[in-house]
Design a protein around this ligand. Sequence first.
Ligand SMILES: [Zn+2]
Ligand SMILES: [Zn+2]
Length: 314
Amino acid sequence: MIDRRNALKLALGSAAILAAPGVRAQDAKPRTRVVFLGTKGGPRVGIGASNPANLVVVGDTPFVIDCGMGVSRQLVRAGVPIPSVKYIFISHHHSDHNLEYGNLFYNAWAAGLKTPIHSFGPKGIEAMTKAYWELNKFDVETRIEDEGRPDPRPLLVAKDITDDGVVLKTSDVTVTAFRTPHPPIVDNFAYKFETPDGVIVFSSDTAYNPKLAEFAKGADVLVHECLYVPAVDRLVATTKNGATLKKHLLDSHTSTEDVGRIAAAAGVKMLVMSHFVPGDDPSVTDDDWTRDVKKNFSGKIVVAKDLMELRLPV
Ligand SMILES: [Zn+2]
Ligand SMILES: [Zn+2]
């Protein structure tokens, strides 16, 4: 088997170190890192790549970005104790980004959470949090009584984001939200993480949006969603709602060629492609994903894999 980690190091030079999926780096712990927990776009669950979720760790503080199905399991696989999570960001309320939001918190509580987790997301996350406790009232109240656990409800502090701007400022990290169109959804936010080791921008799901390049201007790392147009026809042929799904995909996501345009206009040091649509078509290779990006962007390109780790600075 090819030593993928060395191949990636080679491709990226010595500044950035990427650990292979499923392999944790043995070297000293970096201060800032990104782990791509789930890289497959869309709500379908399969045995391949997990649904969308990302992790930024700065010092000992984990920030989770999106909670697609499988996020709790992927954190465990990445070696991050679930109760250590401090912040959750939801980009938008498509289920491949929020389906495991409440359950991630629940799993933290089940594993001994004692400190609050703050969550941020577009309008609806506060209501969703309240509804989660209704949905799970019986179990939660039974366990509080029967197992002597603390009441989890005050420990999940949700906040609706209604406008662009700074949503969180800790001693070493500033997180800024930026609205980007994902028709028909308008309450949809890209997030910028300014860390001591560099700036990371997550695009969220988005239609081609040149304004996103302004938001990501000069970032060290841009993690951008992507759509491989030639595979869309094959994908929609497998569903009954093919024509409608095709229209949604083309109107609300960014083609690989346009991803390259955004990365070039933003002048980022590194583009990480993730949220692959389709994310479970084995005939689409890494070369397919990057070919049209390279027409417009000449910087470093990484095709993310589940549990791949990127260390900053890049
Ligand atoms: Zn999505
Ligand atoms: Zn979406």
